[in-house]
Design a protein around this ligand. Structure first.
Ligand code: UTP
Length: 413
C-alpha cells in the first residue's frame, strides 16, 4: 500500500492533481486502496487534454456540408419494399441481428429516481419502458421465430438497479440467456481550473462518457466477441427512451445489406425548419449529423424542387451497425464534448460543495460522431408517428404525456 501511495503521489504531482489525496487519511482501508487504484489507472494526460479543449469552439467553417440521399420507406414501390424485406428477413431468421439498448444515461430532464427504463409510462397496464421495449422483441419472435439477443448498456451508476429490475420482473418473459448487460465507461469530472473532483464517497468523481462510449465499452466488455461467437453480424443500436422504437425491422436490415454499407440510420422528417434536432448530412463527403446550432438559417430553411427541407432528415438515435463496423470504430476514441453541469463534491478540507449553478465539466462522446469514419451509410426515412415517441422531459414536449399519446394512437389502445 505504501508503494502504491508513493506511486500515486508522484503521478498527481506530475499533473498538478495533488488535491485528490487531501482527504485520504479519513477514508477506510478499503476505500484508500480503491482511491489509489483509481489514481493509478486514470489517464491524467487525457484529462489535461480534455480541459485544454473545454473552451475551444469547434470550427465548422472548413467543413463542407451537403445533404445526404435517403430512402423513404413509404414511397418505395411494393415490389421493392418486399424485396428488401425478404433480404432482411433472411438475416434476421438466421440469427444475424442483435439489438442494443443504450440505457446508461442519467435521465436528468425526466427526473425519475431510477433508471429511465424502469419508468412507468402511465398506461393502463402500467408497463415500465423496459417492458414496452421487450414487447417489441417478443412480437418479433412471434413473427420471425427468433429471439434476438438483447444487449443493454448500463452505467456504473445504474447497472445494479437495472439488473435487479429485470430479475424482479423475470426478464418480462424474455429468455434470460438472450439478455446481456454491459457497463459503459466513465470519465473524471473536473472543476473550472482543470482539477479532478473528489466525490462525496472520497473517490474520484466520474460521469458516464456519453452514448458514443458504446463502441469502446463493447470492445472492453467482450461484447463484440460475444456477438461474433453467436454468429451475429448486425446490431440495431437505439436509446432506451423511445417507446415506439422498432428494433427488429427487416426492411432496415435489408436496405443496409442491399446497399452494401456497413451502417444505416433511420430518420424522421424534421417537424419544422427550426426544430432543435440534429439532421443527417454529408460532411466532407462522409455521412454525419449536423446539429441545429451548426447550420445557418438559410441552410435550415432551404427546400428542394419537391418543396421538402434539404436538411430535413432528423437523426433519432435508431441506427444499425455491422459488427465489422463496430469493431473498426472501437479501435479509435471518438471526440469528447464537454458539458458544464452542477456537481456535488468534496473540497480539500472534506466539506461538501454544492452549487445552484453549473460548476464542473463532464465529458461525453456522441454516437453519431462515429458516422464520419464510415465511407457510406444508408438512411431510411420512417414515419414519426410509427417509430418515434421519445421520453425526455418531465412535462411538455417529448414528455411521458406526449409519448403515451403517440404509443396509444399507434397501438390503438
Ligand atoms: P440523452 O442524451 O437524451 O440523455 O440520451 P439522458 O441521460 O437519457 O437524459 P438527460 O439528458 O440526462 O435528461 C439518449 C440515449 O442515450 C443513452 C440514454 O440512456 C438514452 O437512451 N445514454 C446517454 C447512454 O446510454 N449513456 C450516456 O452516457 C448518455
Amino acid at each position: 500500500m505504501e508503494e502504491k501511495y508513493a506511486a500515486a503521489q508522484k503521478i498527481l504531482k506530475k499533473y498538478g492533481q495533488e488535491r485528490l489525496l487531501s482527504n485520504y487519511e479519513k477514508l477506510s482501508e478499503e476505500k484508500k486502496l480503491k482511491l489509489l487504484d483509481e489514481i493509478l489507472t486514470t489517464d491524467f494526460a487525457q484529462v489535461e487534454e480534455l480541459y485544454k479543449r473545454v473552451n475551444t469552439k469547434v470550427d465548422f467553417k472548413n467543413a463542407h456540408i451537403e445533404p445526404i440521399e435517403y430512402t423513404d420507406k413509404y414511397k418505395l414501390p411494393k415490389e421493392e419494399l418486399e424485396r428488401l424485406e425478404k433480404i432482411g428477413l433472411e438475416a434476421i431468421k438466421a440469427g444475424k441481428l442483435a439489438t442494443v439498448t443504450m440505457a446508461g444515461g442519467q435521465g436528468t430532464r425526466l427526473g425519475h429516481s431510477g433508471p429511465k427504463g424502469t419508468f412507468d409510462l402511465g398506461l393502463d397496464n402500467h408497463k415500465p419502458i423496459f417492458e414496452i421495449l421487450c414487447d417489441t422483441l417478443k412480437d418479433a419472435q412471434k413473427k420471425y421465430g427468433v429471439y434476438c439477443v438483447w444487449y443493454i448498456m448500463t452505467s456504473n451508476e445504474n447497472n445494479e438497479a437495472t439488473v435487479n429490475f429485470f430479475e424482479e420482473h423475470n426478464y418480462f418473459g424474455y429468455p434470460k440467456e438472450k439478455v446481456v448487460f454491459f457497463k459503459q465507461g466513465e470519465l473524471p469530472m473536473i472543476d473550472t481550473k482543470g482539477k479532478v473532483l473528489v466525490g462525496e464517497d472520497g473517490l474520484i468523481k466520474k460521469a458516464a462518457d456519453g452514448h458514443g462510449g458504446i463502441f469502446l465499452s463493447m470492445k472492453k466488455n467482450g461484447i463484440i466477441y460475444d456477438m461474433k461467437s453467436r454468429g451475429i453480424e448486425w446490431a440495431f443500436i437505439g436509446g432506451v427512451d423511445n417507446v415506439l422504437v422498432n428494433m427488429v425491422d427487416p426492411v432496415f436490415v435489408g436496405l443496409a445489406i442491399d446497399k452494401k454499407v456497413l451502417a444505416a440510420g433511420k430518420s424522421v422528417v424534421k417537424a419544422n425548419a427550426h426544430e432543435k434536432v440534429g439532421v443527417f448530412c454529408r460532411r466532407n463527403g462522409k455521412p454525419s449529423v449536423v446539429e441545429y446550432s451548426e447550420i445557418s438559417n438559410e441552410m435550415a430553411e432551404a427546400t428542394n424542387e419537391k418543396g421538402e427541407l434539404v436538411y430535413g432528415e432528423s437523426h433519432i438515435l435508431c441506427n444499425l451497425f455491422s459488427v465489422k463496423a463496430i469493431e473498426e470504430i472501437s479501435k479509435n476514441e471518438l471526440p469528447y464534448h464537454s458539458a458544464f453541469k452542477k456537481a456535488k463534491y468534496l473540497d480539500e478540507n472534506g466539506n461538501v460543495v454544492t452549487s445552484d449553478t453549473p460548476n464542473a465539466y463532464k465529458f461525453e462522446a456522441f454516437l453519431f460522431d462515429a458516422f464520419e469514419s464510415l465511407d457510406d451509410m444508408a438512411i431510411l426515412r420512417v414515419k414519426r408517428e410509427e417509430e418515434f415517441a421519445p421520453v425526455k422531459n418531465a412535462e411538455g414536449v417529448d414528455s411521458p404525456e406526449t409519448a403515451r399519446a403517440l404509443y396509444k394512437a399507434y397501438h390503438k389502445i
